[in-house]
Each structure stands twice: as structure tokens, then as C-alpha cells.
Design a protein around this ligand. Structure first.
Ligand SMILES: Cc1cc2nc3c(=O)[nH]c(=O)nc-3n(C[C@H](O)[C@H](O)[C@H](O)COP(=O)(O)OP(=O)(O)OC[C@H]3O[C@@H](n4cnc5c(N)ncnc54)[C@H](O)[C@@H]3O)c2cc1C
Length: 552
């Protein structure tokens, strides 16, 4: 099989030679470097490559070329090579062109010339992009094969577990691929599918996550039984704490029951996380953060659930689903939550393109003069409707119940009643959504007579509930009525700390009602639910844990 290709294009022969030299030195073993002195020369080379069935992994293209600019060249190759990564080489004066190219051609990065030394300015950027490319593009390989039925939930579960844990595999459908049927064996073997076949010939029929994780080389057993810091959950908060804990010398273990990345790992594109001008997919962010935490020394146990917590002062003990226990000096609960999502056809593809969950009310200002809907009957929905009414032309509050009194505070009900551009539709649910690329129409159904009507709307803000993953600390730390963990000043009742708080000092900002047990991210009560917020809390928790350990 031929190597994937990196294409370098620059009209200056000296610069082109330097680019090609630097690329060959670092990537020559795994990639073929093809160079061209102009856009048209590169297009001719590409026609030849395509004819031979070669794959292009990366374009490194100069912006300032006389006959065809770098951006123009990239725009012309995007349709044929949508998965290839794209880098523009620029001078200071080209920065604006490069930023526009992020939107126009999906540019992945721009690099200022010169990039000496390449070890500092070129290779780190290219390494990350090529890792992302390899993770996303199914290159031919003789690795793990998953043989199953395309639309079967069991096959989906195995594929989802492997891909969310960044384990490459090839899916083979027994219904359409003779090779898959040959691997599965004679007869109707559906009851035994999915079948996972490993390169050493091991065959696992309908494996559970734990077995799959073991065979796929993920860590499922802790290396020791006592840690300075144990973190429950490897979403952004847990991974953030893992990076800071391990890098600051704490013996750190992170326990994850499913896959690293948490809710963020399921997001197709996170646009608002600092440092990624093009946005980043949740999968890529999870993969990078996991690699970073491991490199710095954190142990990450996957497919292992924390099932209980007890305190033998000052030690905290976590029971795990694999039957073992881990003890630690400080414990961080970063187990996040699950949001309830809108279960109507087409809704998933419009998330982030008009359909927004939770904290996305920050999008409110972009809906100036438009018609929007808010779904939900509790305070969060009422607050969102009020906030949106300041910008939107109309806000329709869609409530399933007979009244909003049941779950909303009176002050909000009064405010909504006094706001002329908010309409309340009781006894109503969302039956459908539609839009080309972004939300355009929402169909509402009366829950009484089943009648439906479709209205134009650019925004649909959903607040139909969230469930914190905090059962495992039930009865150990204080939680609010909905089960979110209380920390810091939220523990105060009528200006006093709860009676069970045993110390003379106040609880730290992210400390729970038990000294030395901290919480970060979406599992906390009264928190901003965002990736950056969760990562930040993970980092802050570690610095507070240092202070706790100094005084404990
Ligand atoms: C579809 C979607 C899109 C989003 N898009 C954006 C966006 O664009 N920008 C943005 O800023 N925010 C976005 N968010 C919100 C953001 O993802 C969350 O705020 C963030 O992931 C919270 O991080 P966390 O670590 O606190 O919790 P989570 O991400 O929920 O992670 C918690 C982890 O803990 C694990 N866990 C739970 N219980 C246990 C247990 N008992 N034992 C072991 N492990 C356990 C879970 O499996 C999970 O992996 C989005 C959320 C969703 C659902």
C-alpha cells in the first residue's frame, strides 16, 4: 500500500526546497512528500496521484503565489480532498486572508514564515493535524475488525465505545459485505454479533465494555491501591484536573466508566473553546486531552465505574465496578451529568445550528429581531425566555404541562406575564424541526387534540432537564434538591455552615460538605455548564487540593 501524501506548494524555489526538506526529515518515513512550484503544477500532480488511488493527508501551501493564491488553490482542491488537512504559509500582511480562509476553505492552521526552528514552530502543529487526520480517515490497516449489522444497537454500542475511546477499527456489515459474512461464519449468526476480531486472531462475540477495553489495550486496572488524588469522571473537568494534578506531582488516578471526553466528547464541533479558531470536534479534544493527561503521568482507567464512596478520616475510599477499592488523600467528583435531549427527527443534525441546549443562552444576542422558541417549564427555561426577550422579536415558551406554576418561581411567572413579546404555549410539545443547514421551522403539537402547526423560527433553546451523576456520593456529601453537589459558599444555609462541617476553617471554593472531597464541572450545583468552565474548575480544584493537603 502506498504512503499517504503531503503536498507542499510554493512559488519561491528556495522556500519550497526548505519546506520539502523539513517535511521529509520528520515525516518522510510515513508520508510521501510531493512538491509543486505553483497551484497549477500542484493540480497536475494531484490528478496523477488521484489516478493511482493515493490519499492526500496534508496540504502546506504558500498564500502569496502570482497566478493562483494559496486560498484559491485550497478552495479548488477541497471538494476532491475534504478530509485532507490544510495549512497556509503566510507573511504578516496575509493574516486577514488566512483568518477568512478558516471559514472559506476550512483552513486548519496558518503558519508565519519563517518557521525556524521547525521543532518548535512547524512539527508540533503538523503532528497534531496528522494525528487528527489519521484518527478520522479510515486508512487501510490490519487492525481490529468489528463484524456486525449496520443498524443494530449492539453493533452501534461496540463502535461507539471504540471510537469514543480513540481505538481504530474497521466496521464490516454482514448484510452487504461477503468478506464480513465469511469472517462471521456459515449460517445466520446474527445472535452472536457483533463479532470483534483482533489482529492476533482473538474473536470476541458481543463483548462487554470491560472485555473490549482489556483487549483493545486500554487501562482497566489501577497500578496501585493508594493515590494522592482520585478523580471520578474523565470529562473536561476530570481530564483538566488530571493534567494539573499529575503535572504538579500528585499521584493521580482518573476513573471513567465509559469513554474519556464526557459530554464534550459527543459534540460534533466545539466552536467556543479558546485556542481553536476553527473549532474542534469533541472527539479530537478528548483524544488530545487524554494523551496530555497520560503523558504527564495520570493513570486513566476506562470502562470502570466508581460505584461508591466512603470516608475513613482522613482517607477517602472509592469502590469500583471491577470489585477493587482505591484509597486516596483527596477525592474529586467530576462525574458530570446527562442532559435530556429533544427526541424528534432531524433535531440532532441542527444542534449548534439553531438548536441549543442549556448554557447556550449566550447565543441570545445573535437572535436580535428574530423569532425564537424556548422549550421547558422550569426556572431555567423561564430565565432563558426573559433573557431572549431582550433581543428576539418574539419568544414562544413551549410547556408540556397544564400550567407554568407547577415548576417555575412566581417572580419569573410575573416577569413573563409582564413581557409583551413572550407568548406561552401550554400543553404543547415539539413535534418536528426543519431547516437547510440551520433551523428554519418548528412544528408544535397540542398534547390534547393532537393538532399541529408549523412556525418559522431561527432558534430553539431546550431546557427539558438534566440528571447529575451523583448517586455514588448520595448520603456522603450534601446535594441540592435535584442531586447537584453543593460546594463552597453554596453549602451555607441562612449565613451559617452546615452543622456537620467539622473544621474551624471555611470550606474551600470547590470543596463539598466533607473536607478533602471536592467537586468540579457539571455535577456541581449553580455552575456555568461549558467546556472551558469545566476545564477551569478542574485546574482550580487541584490548587485547592494542594491547600487541603498542606493543612490536612
Ligand atoms: C451535545 C453537546 C454539545 C455541547 N457543546 C458544547 C460547546 O460547544 N461548548 C461548550 O462550552 N460546552 C458544550 N457542551 C457542554 C459541555 O460538554 C459540558 O459542560 C462539559 O462536558 C462538562 O464537563 P464535565 O467534565 O463536568 O462533565 P461530563 O462532560 O458530563 O463528563 C463526566 C464524565 O464522568 C463519567 N462518569 C459519570 N459517573 C461516573 C462514575 N460513577 N464512575 C466513573 N465515571 C463516571 C461520565 O461517563 C463522563 O465521561 C455540550 C454538551 C453536549 C451534551
Amino acid at each position: 500500500m502506498s504512503k499517504p501524501v503531503i503536498v507542499a506548494v510554493d512559488d519561491d524555489p528556495q522556500v519550497l526546497a526548505a519546506v520539502a526538506r523539513d517535511l521529509r526529515r520528520q515525516y518522510g518515513e510515513s508520508y510521501r512528500i510531493v512538491r509543486a512550484g505553483s497551484g497549477s503544477e500542484a493540480l497536475a500532480a494531484l490528478a496523477e496521484l488521484t489516478g493511482r488511488g493515493d490519499t492526500v493527508a496534508l496540504f502546506v501551501v504558500d498564500q502569496r503565489m502570482p497566478e493562483m493564491s494559496g486560498t484559491e488553490f485550497l478552495a479548488s482542491v477541497v471538494p476532491a480532498y475534504p478530509d485532507a488537512k490544510k495549512i497556509l504559509l503566510t507573511a504578516y500582511a496575509d493574516t486577514d486572508a488566512a483568518i477568512s480562509a478558516i471559514n472559506e476553505v476550512g483552513l486548519d492552521h496558518y503558519l508565519m514564515k519563517p518557521w525556524d526552528p521547525p521543532e518548535e514552530h512547524l512539527y508540533p502543529v503538523l503532528d497534531e493535524l496528522l494525528d487528527d487526520w489519521r484518527a478520522a480517515v479510515p486508512t487501510p490497516y490490519d487492525g481490529i475488525k468489528v463484524v456486525g449489522v449496520r443498524w443494530s444497537p449492539d453493533s452501534y454500542d461496540v463502535k461507539d465505545f471504540l471510537s469514543r475511546n480513540q481505538v481504530p477499527y474497521r466496521f464490516m456489515d454482514v448484510e452487504t459485505e461477503p468478506e464480513a459474512r465469511a469472517i462471521a461464519g456459515a449460517g445466520d449468526r446474527r445472535a452472536e454479533l457483533p463479532l470483534v476480531v483482533f489482529p492476533d486472531g482473538t474473536r470476541l462475540e458481543r463483548p462487554d465494555h470491560r472485555t473490549l477495553a482489556d483487549y483493545a489495550g486500554l487501562q482497566t486496572e489501577a497500578l496501585t491501591s493508594h493515590y494522592d488524588l482520585v478523580i471520578i469522571g474523565a470529562g473536561p473537568a476530570g481530564l483538566g484536573a488530571g493534567v494539573y494534578g499529575a503535572s504538579e506531582g500528585l499521584r493521580t488516578a482518573v476513573i471513567e466508566r465509559h469513554a474519556t471526553g464526557g459530554q464534550a466528547g459527543q459534540s460534533s464541533r466545539i466552536e467556543n473553546y479558546l485556542g481553536f479558531p476553527k473549532g474542534i470536534s469533541g472527539g479530537d479534544l478528548a483524544r488530545r486531552a487524554t494523551a496530555q493527561a497520560k503523558r504527564l503521568g495520570a493513570e486513566i482507567l476506562t470502562a470502570v465505574e466508581a460505584t461508591g464512596v466512603r470516608v475513613e478520616d482522613p482517607t477517602k475510599i472509592v469502590t469500583l465496578s471491577n470489585g477493587t477499592e482505591l484509597s486516596c488523600r483527596a477525592l474529586l467528583v467530576a462525574s458530570g451529568m446527562t442532559i435530556r435531549t429533544l427526541d424528534v427527527p432531524g433535531a440532532e443534525s441542527l444542534i449548534g445550528a439553531g438548536i441549543w441546549y442549556g448554557a447556550a443562552v449566550a447565543e441570545a444576542v445573535t437572535y436580535r429581531g428574530e423569532d425564537v422558541l424556548v422549550v421547558g417549564g422550569a426556572n431555567s427555561a423561564g430565565q432563558a425566555a426573559m433573557m431572549l426577550s431582550r433581543f428576539a422579536r418574539t419568544v414562544t415558551l413551549v410547556v408540556r404541562g397544564e400550567s407554568i406554576e407547577a415548576r417555575m418561581s412566581q417572580y419569573l411567572i410575573d416577569q413573563i406575564a409582564a413581557t409583551p413579546n413572550i407568548m406561552v404555549r401550554l400543553h404543547t410539545e415539539v413535534a418536528g424541526v426543519a431547516g437547510e443547514g440551520h433551523l428554519e421551522k418548528v412544528t408544535l403539537r397540542d398534547r390534547g387534540d393532537g393538532s399541529e402547526d408549523t412556525i418559522d423560527a431561527g432558534g430553539l433553546f431546550i431546557f427539558i432537564g438534566a440528571r447529575p451523576h451523583s448517586e455514588l456520593v448520595d448520603g456522603v456529601v450534601l446535594r441540592d434538591q435535584r442531586g447537584f453537589v453543593l460546594t463552597g459558599s453554596d453549602l451555607m444555609v441562612d449565613g451559617a455552615w452546615p452543622r456537620l462541617w467539622p473544621l474551624t476553617r471555611d470550606p474551600f471554593l470547590l470543596e463539598t460538605s466533607v473536607p478533602g472531597i471536592f467537586a468540579a464541572g457539571d455535577v456541581r450545583a449553580n455552575v456555568i455548564r461549558r467546556v472551558a468552565s469545566a476545564v477551569g474548575q478542574g485546574a482550580v480544584a487541584v490548587s485547592l487540593i494542594h491547600r487541603y493537603l498542606e493543612t490536612a
